[in-house]
Design a protein around this ligand. Structure first.
Ligand code: NAP
Length: 226
């Protein structure tokens, strides 16, 4: 499958690397290819420059958001939640129409420091805002409730025995994402229902960031025991 992973941060890199490892043709999307490749310093989270990562992942291509999305069968939104709509506008609504759009972003608002709050919640979600803005895309929310490395390879923790949620209005699109999740190694996949259920999974983030504060490590996961 041709996959566009919009986002050059740790999530974009983790998912792009894993998708390429699984044999998919992957293009990472960015605002400005030259500027991204020219960055020489680690980002605020301590992630090394994109060019360093690209050197060890030579099968993954880098293109503008629009060029990456244009040729893709499936598009992943791995951009900062605050700018996801802008990034998807840059990708181009025509390039999203009819495609599965896997949204892993969170609506985090850091304007008052840590822990962040949510800039949309309760009666709406980022996933629904994206769906409303791009009605022809088939938005599926998933993977946003865990660290990037666990998204891409859940077996890095407890042999993968933990839970991932799926929300979306299009049953076929959810099936495509579910198959991808299985290929990553996820086994406990809970389909919560339509896209409004993303209000619930996005609302797990205030819990996630507080657990991170207490545990001091990002490698932990939610597991639904029943
Ligand atoms: P991030 O730093 O949140 O986002 C990086 C991406 O945002 C880059 O591709 C950047 O474009 C783009 N961007 C920044 N400002 C922009 C603007 N004004 N217009 C358009 N695009 C812009 O990366 P991340 O830490 O990998 O997180 C990605 C998403 O996953 C976030 O929504 C986050 O909440 C969610 N998430 C993260 C984790 C985690 O483990 N970090 C876990 C769960 C969910 P350039 O490439 O051009 O710089």
């Amino acid at each position: 499958m041709k996959v566009a992973v919009l986002g050059t941060g740790m999530v974009g890199r983790a998912l792009a690397g894993r998708l390429a490892e699984l044999g998919h043709e992957v293009t990472v999307g960015t605002r400005d290819v030259e500027a991204t490749m020219a960055r020489g310093e680690s980002d605020a989270m301590g992630n090394p420059p994109y060019a360093d990562w690209a050197q060890t992942h030579q099968r993954v291509m880098l293109a503008t958001f629009a060029d990456a999305a244009a040729g893709a069968d499936l598009v992943v939104n791995a951009t900062s939640g605050r700018v996801s709509i802008a990034a998807l506008e840059a990708a181009g609504r025509d390039h999203l129409a009819g495609k599965v759009l896997l949204d892993v972003a969170n609506p985090l608002d850091y304007s008052h420091g840590f822990p962040p709050s949510l800039f949309v919640s309760n009666t709406d979600s980022l996933a629904e805002q994206i769906q409303a803005r791009f009605p022809e895309a088939r938005v599926v929310k998933s993977l946003n409730t865990m660290n990037a490395f666990l998204m891409a390879d859940p077996r890095q923790l407890a042999d993968g025995d933990h839970t991932v949620f799926v929300s979306g209005n299009d049953a076929d699109a959810k099936q495509v994402v579910t198959e991808l999740l299985r290929a990553f190694g996820h086994t406990d996949i809970i389909d919560l229902g339509d896209l409004s259920t993303a209000r619930g999974t996005e609302s797990l983030l205030p819990v996630w960031v507080r657990l991170y504060g207490v545990l001091g490590i990002p490698m932990f996961q939610f597991k639904i025991v029943r």
